[in-house]
Design a protein around this ligand. Structure first.
Ligand code: PXL
Length: 268
């Protein structure tokens, strides 16, 4: 019996719902063996939930990449919060040098619930170094507008326009994720492979407990790819998984509620 292996290059969400923790929990639910290269550690102030971000030194990130990619080997990988231009470039070098396949880029730009300053240089570096190497990029509406350098995305047509621009920048497939902002009561996700637009629509779930949903969603697509599914099949499977996880989100404390990674088990 073999088990498929996936790497996440991402930050640690100490509260456990997003980042590397969400990725590993999700990989586990798909019976994919998860491995990590940690880029940052995010902690929260107990009284205010203000986030503090501690970077991991570049040489330590590289040593982790070497351990996993050279020392073990991977079937798929994803990126999350990368923290700096140097780390983004490093990841792109590893993708090239080891000719890595099934690469999912989750272009994390901000954490929900924080007023953390955007790092525009990271967005530029993701466009230059990661989009051309992405088998799939998974922006939400805000991230898609930043990658496409468009205005705010408010319509289905604008989602398609942004997807086309991001495709031109080199990403093979683009999954733009919406959570009820485009059409009342509907979560409209758009997959674009450079030739056709495909919509994945479900009823939007009204809950405040969505912390880590983006990480969980991109990790579930990565798990599908690791197991040999196509991008489309992986996205379809991931949509079901994340819908169940969000439907069963829960309160962690007065500031945050994550999705429930194990929720799919109840309905199978
Ligand atoms: O959900 C975005 C995100 C990604 N990665 C890490 C995070 C967060 C938000 O809190 O902490 C490490």
């Amino acid at each position: 019996m073999t088990i498929k292996k996936a790497l996440t290059v991402a930050g640690s969400d100490t509260s456990g719902g997003a980042g590397i923790q969400a990725d590993l929990k999700t990989f586990q639910e798909f019976d994919v063996y998860g491995m990590t290269a940690l880029t940052t550690i995010v902690c929260m102030e107990p009284e205010t939930w203000d986030h503090q971000v501690f970077p991991v030194a570049l040489d330590i990130v590289e040593t982790q990449l070497k351990t996993v990619i050279e020392g073990i080997g991977i079937d798929a990988m994803k990126t999350g919060m990368l923290g700096s231009v140097e780390i983004i470039e490093l990841v792109s070098q590893y993708i090239d040098h080891y000719n890595l396949k099934r690469v999912v880029i989750d272009p994390v730009m901000v954490c929900k619930g924080t007023d953390e300053v955007l790092q525009p240089e990271n967005t530029e570096a993701m466009i230059e170094f990661l989009l051309p190497r992405a088998d799939l990029v998974t922006p939400n509406l805000f991230e898609a507008s930043q990658l496409a350098k468009s205005g705010p995305i408010k319509t289905l047509e604008q989602m398609q326009e942004a997807a086309a621009v991001i495709h031109e920048k080199g990403a093979k497939n683009i999954l733009i994720k919406d959570r009820g902002k485009i059409q009342a009561g509907k979560a409209m996700d758009l997959l674009y492979d450079g030739s056709k637009f495909e919509w994945f629509e479900v009823d939007a779930i009204s809950t405040p407990y969505t912390h880590g949903a983006g990480c969980t969603s991109s990790a579930s697509v990565t798990a599908g790819l690791a197991k040999g599914l196509t991008v489309r099949e992986s996205v379809q499977q991931a949509k079901l998984f994340i819908t169940q996880a969000i439907s069963n989100g829960f309160r962690l404390n007065k500031f945050v509620g994550p999705t429930r990674h194990s929720a799919h088990r109840r309905t199978e």
